[in-house]
Structure formats: C-alpha cells, structure tokens
Design a protein around this ligand. Structure first.
Ligand SMILES: N[C@@H](CCC(=O)N[C@@H](CS)C(=O)NCC(=O)O)C(=O)O
Length: 228
C-alpha cells in the first residue's frame, strides 16, 4: 500500500465526516477525486498501486471484494458504521445526492443527465480500457481485436461530439456528474490512439471542463502516483 509516493494525505477543510479515497492514477479513480474536489470536501488519499497489484491486498478486498479501485469510505465518527462504496458511478451519484450538487433536482433534467452518465459509464470507460489493452498492454495484439476496440471507441466519440455540438455539457445546459465521469477518460484518448482535437465539439468541452480548478486538483491525485 502507498508505494510510489502516494501515501495517506489530508486535503482541504476538516469536516465531521471522515472520508478516505482509495485509488491510483487511473481514470475511474480520478472520477472520484474530481467529484470530491467539486464538492469541496475534505478527504484522505490512500494510494493503491494497481500495477503492483495492491488492489488484491486483504485490506482492499475487505472493502471491495471485486479487487478494484476507486473506493470511498465515509466514516461519520459517531458510532455509526462506515459507509464503504465502490464503483465510480455509484460513488459519484452518492456524493451528488448527499451534497445536492451536479445532478438536477427535476425528474426530466435528472433523467437526461442519467442517460449520458450511463453512456459514459458503460461505453466510454470500458471501450477505452479495452482499446488500451489491445493497443498497448496485451502481450499479443490481434489486429481484429484491436480494430474492434478502436471502432467501439470511435462510435462513442462521434456520439459525444454530436451531443456536444448541440449542448454545452453532456447532461444538457449545466455541468453535471456525466461530465465528471467522462473527463478522466477523454483525458486518456491516446489510450485508444485518438486525438481529442479531431472531435471539435468534444475538444471545446474538454478545454472548458479541464479549466475548472476542481478538475485540475482532482486529476492530480493521488499525488506522485504513476500508472506504469
Ligand atoms: N466499473 C468500475 C471499474 C473499476 C476499475 O476497473 N478500476 C481499475 C482502475 S481504473 C482497476 O482497479 N483495475 C485493476 C484490476 O482490475 O485488477 C468503476 O467504475 O469503478
């Protein structure tokens, strides 16, 4: 745990709730750190180096039996058992709902944000991850597997670009959890041999979201972590 320079750190203001983020310099992890920053919350960072297989340490498996990051633990410090959450989408929705941010209150607006959040959770992330595997990580790189993965990413990038030609943010008029979930994956466009500037509306959105101070801070966590 905590190798690579990212140990146990404090950030921001103290709050009664003790929050601990477990993760590494990965897109799914950065969804959560960006969201915590957007919420202005205090949190501790526990580095879990997935390249060193720290996600399979007993301490991590006790929190997430799937052996994956991110994980967020909320400990109310009042005798109530801690809430242990995994799955980046679930964590984002929990924070949005409990903090009352980045999710519209009206059913119609909320449903629209949810639809785009689901696209990002089920397509952008997993397809980019598969493209990364078949272009860089796999010991063998069958052309058909690589082409299939890249075509899936291309389709979702074209979808997002068309969407962002019509509205400023993925969920519509306002910045939302859908944007928070998408940004760290678009930041890894090169994993799918892509350039963000080739999709101009997505590139405009990427620059806008990337300029947010909370996004910059969240993307820099865990400090010192490298995905090598
Ligand atoms: N659907 C999960 C995916 C989590 C995931 O795959 N995390 C990666 C890092 S981005 C991981 O832990 N990989 C190590 C492993 O699968 O062993 C989420 O959104 O949180």
């Amino acid at each position: 745990m905590g190798r690579g320079g990212a140990g146990f750190r404090r950030a921001h203001r103290l709050t009664p709730m003790r929050r601990t983020f477990y993760g590494w310099a990965t897109p799914n992890s950065n969804r959560v750190t960006v969201m915590l920053e957007e919420c202005g919350l205090d949190y501790a960072v526990r580095g879990v180096n997935i390249r060193s297989r720290e996600q399979f340490a007993p301490e991590i498996l006790a929190l997430n039996p799937y052996g994956k990051v991110p994980i967020l633990v909320e400990d109310p410090q009042d005798g109530t058992p801690p809430l242990v959450l995994f799955e980046s989408g679930a964590i984002l929705l929990h924070l949005a709902e409990t903090r009352g941010v980045l999710l519209p209150g009206d059913a119609r607006g909320r449903a629209e944000v949810m639809a785009w959040l689901m696209v990002v959770l089920t397509s952008l992330g997993p397809y980019t991850g598969q493209a990364h595997h078949w272009t860089e990580l796999a010991p063998e790189k069958p052309p058909a597997a690589r082409a299939h993965a890249l075509a899936l990413v291309d389709r979702v990038y074209r979808l997002l670009d068309e969407r962002l030609a019509a509205v400023p943010f993925l969920g519509g008029a306002a910045y939302s959890v859908a944007d928070v979930a998408a940004y760290p994956w678009v930041a890894r466009a090169s994993w799918a041999a892509r350039r963000v500037e080739d999709t101009p509306h997505l590139a405009r959105w990427f620059a806008t979201v990337g300029a947010r101070p909370a996004v910059r801070r969240g993307m820099a966590q865990p400090q010192g972590a490298r995905l090598e």
